[in-house]
Design a protein around this ligand. Sequence first.
Ligand SMILES: Cc1ncc(COP(=O)(O)O)c(C=O)c1O
Length: 507
Amino acid sequence: MSLKALDYESLNENVKNCQYAVRGELYLRASELQKEGKKIIFTNVGNPHALGQKPLTFPRQVVALCQAPFLLDNPNVGMIFPADAIARAKHYLSLTSGGLGAYSDSRGLPGVRKEVAEFIERRDGYPSDPELIFLTDGASKGVMQILNCIIRDQKDGILVPVPQYPLYSATISLLGGTLVPYYLEETDNWGLDVNNLRQSVAQARSQGITVRAMVIINPGNPTGQCLSEANLREILRFCCDESLVLLGDEVYQQNIYQDEHPFISSKKVLMDMGAPISKEVQLISFHTVSKGYWGECGQRGGYFEMTNIPPRTAEEIYKVASIALSPNVSAQIFMGLMVSPPKPGDISYDQFVRERYVSTLNIHALMKDQDLRTSMENFINSKGILESLRRRARIMTDGFNSCKNVVCNFTEGAMYSFPQIKLPSKAIQAAKQAGKVPDVFYCLKLLEATGISTVPGSGFGQKEGVFHLRTTILPAEEEMPEIMGSFKKFNDEFMSQYGDNFGYSRM
Ligand SMILES: Cc1ncc(COP(=O)(O)O)c(C=O)c1O
C-alpha cells in the first residue's frame, strides 16, 4: 500500500525537523510525573496566571459585558459593574460589526488599531499609523505571518540571537528557511556585539545564504537583558547597511527590573536617528497581552506595527491575514484595554492601579486575623506585581550564584533566569551514556529530585560546551526560598556525585 499524506513517513519534513523545547522532553516528563501525583513547579513557560497571578478586574469586566451584551440591558447592571466598565464595553461593541461573535477586519478592528497607534505615539513621541498596525492572535502569530512573507526558500537566512526564544528557530524550520545565529555575550551581561553580527552574516554569505532579516528580543528571553540605546543604534545602522528587515520582539517591554537599563523601543531609536536611516530601515515591532503585569497568555492578543514597509507589501500581508479571516475579537478588546487602561479620575482607576501593584501572594489564605490581614494588605498594596517580580529576580539570581558551579546574570527584564551550569566531565559522560544532551540530563535529574520543571539551555541555543537552564521568575514570592533551597540541595548532591574535576572560576 502506498503511503498516505498523513502517515508519519510522508509528512512534510519541515514539520518533523522543527523543535520546540519549551514544551519538549522536560515538559512531557513533568506532566507524566504530575499525573503520578508528584508536586511539579512549572517554571518552564512564562505563563503568570498558571502560577497564581490574578487577572485585573477592569478588563475582565469589560470583556465579560462584551461577551454577554444582554447584561447591558439589565436595569441592575450598574449594581454589579462600574459605570466606566459599562461605557467601555459599549464603546468596544460599537467598534464591532455584530459583537464578539462576528469576524472583524483581518487586520483587526480599526478602532482598536487606532488605540494601539495612540499608545505607540505616547510611548515613543512619534506618529504611528493605525493602517500599519495589525492585530494578531498573540505575538507568535504575527511573527509567523511576517517570517512567512520573508522566507522564500532554504537559501534565505534570518539572523537570530543565541540563546533565543524557540518560536524563531521553530518557525524558520517550519517555513524551510535557514537560521543564521549570532551569539549574545554572557560575560558582557548578554550584550550584543555588532562585530559578531558582521561575522555571522559573512559566514552565512560564504555558504550561499541570503541574509534577509534580523531578530532582536528586547528585553531578552531567555537572557533577560535590556538593549541599550547605543546598542539599538548600532543594530539599526547595521540593518540599514546590510538591507535587513529588523524584527523587534518587544513583548516584555513592561517587565523591567533595573532602573539604569530602561526599555527603549526600536521604533523610537529609529525615529531619533533621523533621515536617511529613519526612512530606510524596514522594522516590524511585536507586542502582546501575554506578558507585563497583564499576563493574559490564554487570551491570545497581540499586534505588530510596520515601519517603512511599502504599501504594496502591506497589501500582501493583509491578503495573507485575510486567509485566516479575523484575529480573535475578544483578544483585540484585551489589547485595546491594555493600551488604554483606566485614567486618573475614572471610577475604576484606583482599583486598577492597586491591582497592578498587588503582589501575587495569596494573603487571605495566609492571614486569618482581620487586623493582621488589613495591615498586610496595606503593606502589599504598596508594592506591585512588577516590584515583586524584581525581588523574585534578585532572589533567583542570588540563589543561583550561591550554588556550586552555577553562575547567573541578573534578570534586567522579561520573566526568566538563565544560569550557566558548569557540568563536570563525569556528568557529561554519564549524559552521553544515557543518550541525553548534558543539560537535558541535568534538568531531568533536577525535575525527578525536586519537581522543578525547567527548560535546558540547548533548547534556546548556547555556545559549544556551555550549559544552561531556563526558569521563569514567576513562582509566588513566598515559595521562592523553598524552591531555591531545594535547587541548591539538588545541585550540591549532583556536583558531589559527579565530582568537580575542573577549575571553577566565576565569570
Ligand atoms: C520572546 C517572546 N516572543 C513572543 C512570545 C509569544 O507571545 P504570545 O503569547 O503573544 O504569542 C513569547 C512567549 O513567551 C516570548 O517569550
